[in-house]
Design a protein around this ligand. Structure first.
Ligand SMILES: Nc1ncnc2c1ncn2[C@@H]1O[C@H](COP(=O)(O)OP(=O)(O)OP(=O)(O)O)[C@@H](O)[C@H]1O
Ligand SMILES: [Mg+2]
Length: 336
């Protein structure tokens, strides 16, 4: 078995420091790499994967594709191989928590799901990561478990392409192991997981967006604004477009999705500003950074008044895209 104790050595190189977690495919440990003297996360896959030669070849291909991804929001992969019939790879160690853990914590502490600002920040970074990564591979297993947030607020996407190992062979199917994940899978991926394109990831992003804002999965078709009436009405069309049954009807790329997201956020901020102006200004004027509610503070706010968004704008590149938007997204989040 691929279960190690603290102090064990793996591949004559990695000293097990602690167990980080257990997933559907294997174990994750914090290790010290005695070759580089660096701390890494080691993921060992269950022995059944090494026993299947097709899975081993696929694993090598997927790891090689994932290694070519070079983006601050995608976890870096270092070493990979097979030792004692265990497939493994090492990656950058992320000091933070998964979006799933973050959602649970927030629910416990405040009884609420995420606000629009935090959600746009996370999904926006994922769009930027996917826009780059889709040149090399498809994730296929986007879920709050596979997205981590570091202490400085950077989002890190894990497990690129690994879900493909499960889709090859009936013996390796993970549906029985992690039923929950099926909720994030596009309809075409549920039927034939091998033959999907990047739009399967677009679908999963739509599910995550809905869940982060409402705390619920979009299984029964309830519009998002019905669950969270304070949200701008455009979010319903946005979710519907991400989660369209036919991939042709979804956003064509992660970049396009990201642009629609920016417009929604920009509009929500403008609405908020307008409402603020219409109300009684009882409080003294604070500097703009503090004046923005904490939920929105990591993001820049638009200066103009709210105007209704034309539906076509959701699919078009805005004429004046925000300069430096993504750069600002990478600034530390005071909420974490
Ligand atoms: N690079 C990493 N740095 C720090 N912790 C990590 C890292 N990779 C994974 N983990 C931790 O290990 C846990 C288990 O990860 P793993 O990918 O095995 O399971 P999962 O994401 O829950 O399910 P799946 O098998 O579908 O990926 C994660 O929840 C996370 O807390
Ligand atoms: Mg994972």
């Amino acid at each position: 078995m691929a279960d190690f104790e603290v102090g064990d050595f793996f591949a004559d190189r990695y000293e097990i420091l602690k167990e980080l977690g257990r997933g559907g495919m294997g174990m994750v440990y914090l290790v010290k790499d005695h070759k580089t003297q660096k701390r890494r996360a080691l993921k060992t896959l269950l022995p059944k994967y090494a026993a299947n030669r097709q899975a081993v070849r696929r694993f090598a291909r997927e790891v090689n594709a994932a290694r070519r991804i070079n983006h601050p929001c995608v976890v870096k992969i270092y070493d990979a191989g097979e030792v004692d019939k265990i497939l493994y790879y090492t990656m950058e160690y992320i000091e933070g928590k998964s979006v799933r853990a973050w959602m649970r914590e927030r629910k416990k502490n405040t009884g609420k799901a995420f606000g629009l600002g935090s959600t746009v920040r996370v999904i926006g970074m994922l769009c930027s990561a996917l826009d780059h990564a889709h040149k090399f591979t498809i994730h296929r297993d986007l879920s709050p478990e596979n997205v981590m947030v570091t202490r400085d607020g950077t989002v890190k996407l894990l497990d690129f392409g690994l879900a493909k190992l499960d889709s090859m062979d009936a013996d390796l199917t993970r549906i029985g192991v992690s039923l929950g994940k099926i909720q994030y899978c596009a309809p075409e991926q549920r039927i034939d997981a091998k033959n999907v394109d990047h739009r399967a990831d677009i679908y999963s992003l739509g599910v995550m967006f809905y869940e982060m804002l409402s705390g619920k999965l979009p299984t029964d078709g309830t519009p998002l604004t019905q669950r969270v009436p304070a949200l701008p009405p455009e979010v319903d069309a946005f979710v519907a477009r991400c989660m369209a049954e036919n991939p042709e009807d979804r956003f064509g790329s992660a970049a396009q999705l990201g642009r629609a997201l920016k417009l929604i956020f920009k509009h929500a901020m403008a609405m908020q500003e307008q409402e603020g102006r219409a109300g009684v200004p009882a409080k003294p004027i604070a500097p703009p950074a503090q004046a923005t509610p904490p939920e929105f503070s990591p993001l820049p706010g638009p200066q103009s008044a709210a105007a209704p968004i034309h539906p076509k704008a959701l699919s078009k590149r805005p004429r004046r895209p925000w300069r430096g938007f993504w750069t600002k997204l990478f600034q530390p989040s005071p909420k974490l």
